[in-house]
Ligand binder design. Structure first.
Ligand code: PBG
Length: 327
């Protein structure tokens, strides 16, 4: 008795009022985190070529940007820095007057309620472009974790609200947690890049952050895109090491990982809608091939539907605006 003609699913989607009432997944500005690239210098607001709408901002322009973000109802920003100089050990990453540390102070002083989340990694800061310490061409795990711990601690000291270790070293969450607790920052949560895959979709970001490896690739530390079970093991380990929020990255080619993580774990899940995912829509929209607003909102809704609580996205400001027009 349950098939046609007794059952007509179209009844519930005939008009917008019922569609709106019965919508299972809702998107709001509160779901988003907006990534920002900060740079040394003055009066710089340089467009990032492959990511229309994204800029390298000097600290004097940062304030206007974060004021806009906060005004749109977006709860937080994720900071990436371009250092003055790169060296083999990425030392500006853990310099108390590094670009990120200064940016944190600028934002927290002006808008204390905007969450400042920092990416904890070395790839923007190392001359070789790898995410850690290189020895004989290999990334050294434990020595790298020590530098992540120093970096996270210096971010917390500058006032970061949340730190996000992203280098995919074994034990990085434990190392960062221990350093934070040792420094009196028990209250600072860790958003762990737990399941971060070796992805072609980071391409535009690496142009933006000038962080492509000079030699080789990141496959000895980032996950093989083919491995969903390993992704779940990574998430489980990060939870055991003390991660407060776990992240899946990228989002679109890994919606199954988000959905499986949602079923298996009760931790908040973040999904990183990465640079390449953003650039694809921007490029197609610029050619008139897709409607940017509809495509971006569909993607963001899909990421939420898969099970993400938080979406890190370069579309955050646009989406917040589109969502407020809709009401
Ligand atoms: C590495 C890092 C990456 C991104 C943010 N931090 C990836 C990488 O270069 O391997 C990518 C973000 C994006 O593509 O939007 N610490």
């Amino acid at each position: 008795m349950s098939g046609f003609p007794a059952t007509r699913l179209r009844r519930l989607r005939e008009g917008e009022p019922l569609r709106r009432l019965l919508r299972e997944t809702r998107l709001t500005a509160s779901d988003f985190i907006y990534p920002i690239f900060v740079t040394h210098g003055r009066d710089l607001r340089e467009p990032v070529g492959p990511m229309p709408g994204a800029y390298h901002l000097s600290l004097d322009h940062l304030l206007a940007e974060v004021t806009e973000v906060a005004g749109l109802g977006i709860p937080g920003v994720l900071l990436f820095g371009l250092p003055a100089q790169k060296d083999p050990l990425g030392s500006e990453a853990y310099d108390d007057h590094g670009i990120i540390q200064e940016a944190i102070r600028v934002i927290k002083q002006a808008i204390p309620d905007l969450l400042v989340i920092t990416d904890v990694c070395l790839c923007q800061y190392t001359s070789h472009g790898h995410c850690g310490v290189l020895e004989d061409g290999r990334v050294q795990n434990d020595a790298t974790v020590e530098l992540y711990a120093r970096t996270a601690l210096s971010h917390a000291e500058a006032g970061a609200d949340v730190v996000a270790p992203s280098g995919m070293m074994d034990g990085q969450v434990r190392g960062v947690r221990t350093a934070l607790d040792g420094g009196g920052f028990q209250r600072v949560p860790i958003m762990a890049y737990a399941a971060k895959h070796a992805s072609a979709f980071y391409g535009p970001f690496r142009v933006a952050a000038a962080s492509a490896p000079q030699q080789g690739d990141r496959r000895s530390y980032q996950l093989d895109p083919a491995n969903g079970r390993v992704a779940l093991r990574e998430i489980e380990l990060d939870i055991r090491e003390g991660a407060d929020i776990v992240m899946v990255k990228p989002a679109l080619a890994y919606l199954d990982v988000i959905a499986r993580a949602r079923e298996r774990f009760d931790h908040p899940i973040a999904a990183y809608n990465v640079s390449g995912e953003y650039s694809l829509i921007k490029a197609a929209a610029a050619n008139g091939w897709v409607n940017e607003r509809e495509a971006a909102l569909e993607v963001l809704t899909g990421i939420r539907r898969a099970g993400a609580d938080v979406i890190i996205t370069y579309h955050a400001k646009d989406a917040a605006r589109w969502l407020s027009d809709r009401r």
